[in-house]
Design a protein around this ligand. Structure first.
Ligand SMILES: [Zn+2]
Length: 173
């Protein structure tokens, strides 16, 4: 597929990724799947707090998935299930759905990690923003192929006017 979005969406993601630095920032991509045109259209980026905690790391370490001491917010992100539920609920009210996830890689390439791959869902878009020394320097988009490997997914920049009549989504805490 391809992901259509605006330059404003990219700037919003990069600004959030810079704010989150040196931690990973994350958020959900809300929009539409268009199977006929074989593309996804991003309507809004819902920016979230990184819900990664020592408890999440300990639970994963106990189940043999890595060392909790090295798994911190600088290297991992976690989306609170409550945020996911609330975002999906608000999206449905507008006839939209969650089409992907954004997160940032502080001082690392905008390339998915093995952990990112294990947790990824097919058909979602995975936008990764690389932030070096607090400045967003790269942004790439990925999607799983049929063998559960990440492949680059093309980004199509649409004119801002296409999305401007939509109200932004807000996650209430
Ligand atoms: Zn990652």
């Amino acid at each position: 597929m391809a992901l259509t979005l605006t330059q404003a969406h990219i700037e919003r993601v990069q600004a959030h990724a810079e704010q989150a630095y040196p931690h990973e920032g994350c958020g959900l991509l809300v929009g539409l799947f268009d199977a006929v045109a074989d593309q996804k259209t991003l309507v809004d980026v819902v920016l979230l707090d990184n819900a990664w905690t020592a408890d999440v790391a300990d639970n994963l370490a106990e189940s043999g998935q890595g060392n909790s001491a090295t798994m911190t917010k600088a290297r991992r992100y976690c989306i609170d299930p409550k945020d996911l539920f609330e975002t999906q609920r608000q999206a449905r009210e507008k006839g939209l759905t969650i089409i992907g996830v954004y997160h940032s890689h502080p001082d690392a390439e905008a390339v998915p990690s093995e952990c990112d791959r294990n947790l990824a869902w097919s058909s979602y878009s995975y936008i990764i923003a690389s932030v070096r020394n607090g400045v967003a320097v790269d942004l790439q988009n990925w999607q799983l192929d049929s063998s559960h490997q990440f492949q680059p997914e093309p980004l199509k920049i649409a004119p801002a006017s296409a999305a401007k009549d939509r109200m932004p989504l807000v996650v209430l805490k």
